[in-house]
Design a protein around this ligand. Structure first.
Ligand code: CU
Ligand code: CU
Length: 333
């Protein structure tokens, strides 16, 4: 066997796109003694990095064309109606999820997906979240935003099999997020317990094609570093299935960073620029094509594409992009 002086992380970078070619390949996730993969194990040329520019069916992304629709397309905004009840049921469940072809991660999830469901309310709605812990560890839901401290999901740890109802008026408007706040915190977050939380302003935002992107990473060999990066949970997914948007309409992306271990993540758009509203709670924006966010940071991007065609987007950390955090918009008339 050729001797490639690669770390496991580098080896995975090279081999991940081709894991699909290995029948019944299943990476031994979560075990300290996980198998070291080499490019030779995956049967590929270690100098082949061409996958990063691939688009369409040949891209090594798991799942079918509509698998992530519920995580990409938020429910519609609702008109301002103070006191209206917005109710969500969320259950924590342990679930093995496929994050790259043939690569399974033993996730802790909200409602079975990583990220969890999009929670959306309008400012002054009464938000009620009925949480049940159907997992194997104590969990909570900690929301960002403004609410009483006994609704903060920190002190009231919900034991296995128990329930807790979070209830508070939704405020302030913006792009927020939620995540488990049980300890050890980094474990509960990197295992997958997080999601996007949108609060719409009383004065509605202009109509747009709305999308949600939660940036994350997966540590498949339990060494405290991510081996795969994604938006919405599946590596290279939007390279295989580009997001179709119309040139004539504004595109609005609610972007949140829940990547554990790495200090920052980023979003870079090719061939156009966007307005970036940090946290989305004011109308102040910066005009850019690249934005970086630390863990827990989030914001709203608004883009009016000037041309039709294929626009790449990805983390500007090249390593993250080559480990799965890359996709395309297909802008059509
Ligand atoms: Cu937890
Ligand atoms: Cu947080």
């Amino acid at each position: 066997m050729p001797n490639f002086p690669l770390t496991r992380r580098q080896a995975l970078a090279l081999s991940a796109p081709l894991l699909a070619a290995l029948p019944a390949f299943k990476y031994a996730v979560g075990e300290a003694a996980a198998q070291e993969l080499t490019p030779a194990d995956a049967g590929l040329d270690p100098h082949d990095h061409t996958h990063a520019a691939h688009i369409g069916a040949e891209v090594p992304a798991p799942g079918g064309p509509n698998d992530l629709d519920d995580l990409l397309y938020p429910p519609a905004a609702t008109p301002h109606e103070p006191g209206r009840l917005k109710e969500y049921d969320i259950i924590a469940v342990d679930k093995e999820i496929e994050i790259a072809p043939g690569v399974f991660f033993p996730a802790w999830t909200y409602n079975g997906t990583v990220p969890g469901p999009i929670i959306r309310a309008t400012e002054d709605d009464l938000l009620r979240v009925n949480f049940t812990n159907g997992g194997s560890h104590p969990h909570t839901i900690h929301f960002h935003g403004i609410h009483p401290t006994n609704m903060d999901g920190v002190f009231e740890v919900v034991d296995v099999g128990e329930s807790f109802t979070y209830e508070f008026p939704a405020k302030p408007w913006g792009c927020h997020l939620y995540h488990c706040h049980s300890t050890p915190l980094k474990k509960h977050i990197h295992k997958g317990l997080y999601g996007a939380f949108i609060i719409d302003p009383p004065e509605p935002r202009p109509p747009a094609q709305e999308l949600v992107m939660v940036m994350n990473g997966f540590d498949t060999d339990a060494d405290g570093g991510n081996n795969f990066y994604t938006v919405n949970g599946k590596s290279f997914y939007y390279a295989k299935y580009p997001i179709i948007v119309k040139r004539s309409e504004m595109v609005r992306v609610y972007l949140a960073n829940l990547t554990e271990f790495d200090l920052i993540n980023s979003f870079h758009l090719h061939a156009d620029m966007f307005r970036f509203y940090r946290t989305g709670s004011t109308l102040d924006y910066e005009f850019t094509d690249t934005v970086m966010l630390c863990q827990g940071e989030r914001g709203i991007l608004e883009i009016e594409f000037e041309h039709t065609g294929i626009y790449m987007f990805h983390a500007h950390q090249s390593e993250f992009a080559e480990l799965g955090w890359m996709g395309f918009f297909n802008v059509v008339e």
